[in-house]
Design a protein around this ligand. Structure first.
Ligand code: EPZ
Length: 442
């Protein structure tokens, strides 16, 4: 199995182009099941999770054309365009051997029920960060009139005829459940209102694509519209049509590199980002002593450049993970890595997942001093990290270990980096291009 060798890096300097968002790409790819025809996507990142989504879509009968472009001196291939050709008649069974590798496969359930009025999708397993139940998905789809049963590890769904619009109150603004319900409701008869919906940027990107396909969706955010909870209204339509879409930038990839720059010191310049998706992180980076500048790209992409400069002196900043626009849970592990280098103690509270501290024992093996009490971690600063062999337990925990390896003396080996290949496009190439000493070994 591949592993990374990461050397202590003096500072990171230079330009990194941010890839398309993994967590926008996956629902967008599954939304293509809602309409027969050719769906064209650009800025889809070349990730393991994307390849697994392609496998599942092909399993349903879709034809997938991918154009690639060699990058990083032909050491890697980017996906310059992806066309999903969706047939009139879809297969509607998602087998365990495909679903177990990627939890987000559950996002095919809503579209399949909406298009085929029945579906059989394996229950996704849990993962390192938590049980990851799908009860909110099931409750929401049942509210739309589907009859869902759990049988031999599969969700068997039947809807005699069209789904019907409903009023749905989510107990928690679940990203995946919101996405599944929106997709199913887009072809339902009548209007659906999702109260306490997730309005993360990736959910909005899905909504924008569905509207291009002809869906009738409006949303109001408690931040902007003074409601007590986010609300999404979907007026079902008879048919949707294939369209084209460029995936938004990956705010978590961008945040990971910004934190790396803050830890090692130096001047980092990120291209193809949306600074408005990273407000909470940028505010906390500035509070920790980094200088941040944002510059509009000037073209019609609506994208920005973000400049970070850091002198490596890090002020301890406490964070608590929250739903958007709060501090993202997907940057919690990376922030914790940075806080081991801060001038003082800090506290991190994880409120989204029940077990998202798996990186702590590995960081402590590198010499960090982090204690945990339930969902709160207490980090001592000034840690002199020393190289060791460590293991990625999940995607973002893995990235926090790469960041720690950049400041640990000696050569750190990071194993099980297949977790990283699921969510970071060209990680070692991008980090090396700004001065990191990181090598993939087999
Ligand atoms: C999405 O996962 C992201 N994945 C996650 O990113 C991200 O951490 C998460 O949203 C939160 O922002 C994708 O978009 C592919 P949730 P999702 O449903 O949809 C509980 C990464 O590193 N819950 O918002 O699965 C759940 O257990 C990944 O890129 C239920 O109890 O997250 C969790 O505690 C990791 N029942 C909380 O809600 C349900 O039916 C938030 O989960 C669904 C969720």
């Amino acid at each position: 199995m591949d592993y990374f060798k990461v050397q202590k890096t003096l500072s990171l300097n230079g330009k990194i182009n941010i890839s398309g968002a993994k967590n926008a790409s996956l629902p967008l790819l599954f939304s293509s099941l809602l309409a027969e025809g050719k769906h064209s996507f650009s800025n889809i990142p070349n990730l393991e999770d994307v390849k697994l989504s392609f496998k599942l879509l092909k399993h349903f009968g879709c034809n997938i054309e991918v154009n690639t472009k060699p990058v990083f001196d032909k050491k890697a291939l980017s996906l310059s365009s992806v066309v999903i050709d969706v047939p009139k008649k879809l297969k509607n069974i998602a087998p365990y051997e495909l679903v177990r590798k990627m939890r987000a496969s559950i996002l095919c359930l809503g579209p399949l029920i909406a298009r085929c009025h029945q579906a059989k999708v394996s229950l996704p397993g849990g993962c390192a960060i938590g049980l990851r139940p799908v009860d909110y998905h099931i409750d929401g789809l049942q509210a739309l009139g589907a009859d869902l049963k759990l049988l031999d590890g599969y969700i068997e769904a039947n809807a005699d005829g069209l789904l019907k619009g409903a009023n749905i109150n989510l107990k928690f603004p679940s990203v995946g459940a919101t996405e599944n319900i929106i997709m199913a409701a887009s072809l339902a008869a009548g209007s659906t209102c999702i109260n306490n919906a997730s309005l993360e940027p990736e959910v909005l990107d899905l909504i924008f694509y569905l509207k291009k396909m002809g869906a009738d969706i409006i949303f109001s955010s408690k931040q902007e519209d003074g409601l007590d909870k986010n609300k999404i209204i979907i007026n079902g339509v008879e048919r949707l049509k294939a369209s084209c879409h460029k995936v938004i930038p990956d705010r978590i990839e961008a945040g990971t590199f910004l934190i790396a720059g803050a830890m090692t010191g130096g001047d980092l310049h990120l291209n193809n980002v949306k600074a408005c998706h990273l407000e909470s992180l940028l505010k906390n980076l500035q509070a920790s002593g980094c200088k941040i500048e944002v510059e509009k790209c000037g073209d019609d992409s609506g994208e920005d450049k973000i400049y970070l400069s850091s002198d490596k002196s890090i002020t301890a900043v406490n964070i608590k993970t929250e739903v958007y626009p709060g501090f993202p849970t997907d940057l919690q592990a990376q922030w914790m890595s940075m806080m081991t280098q801060a001038n003082g103690k800090s506290i991190i509270e994880e409120t989204i997942f029940e077990n998202r501290f798996m990186h702590i024992p590995e960081l402590n093996r590198l010499g960090a001093n982090i204690k945990v009490n339930k969902s709160t971690a207490f980090i001592s600063g000034y840690a002199k990290l020393k190289s060791a062999s460590v293991m990625a337990t999940d995607l973002r925990a893995g990235s926090s270990l790469v960041l720690a390896g950049l400041v640990a003396t000696g050569e750190t080996q990071i194993h099980r980096i297949y977790h990283l290949d699921r969510g970071y496009e060209f990680l070692e190439h991008k980090l090396s291009s700004v001065g990191a000493i990181i090598k993939r070994c087999r």
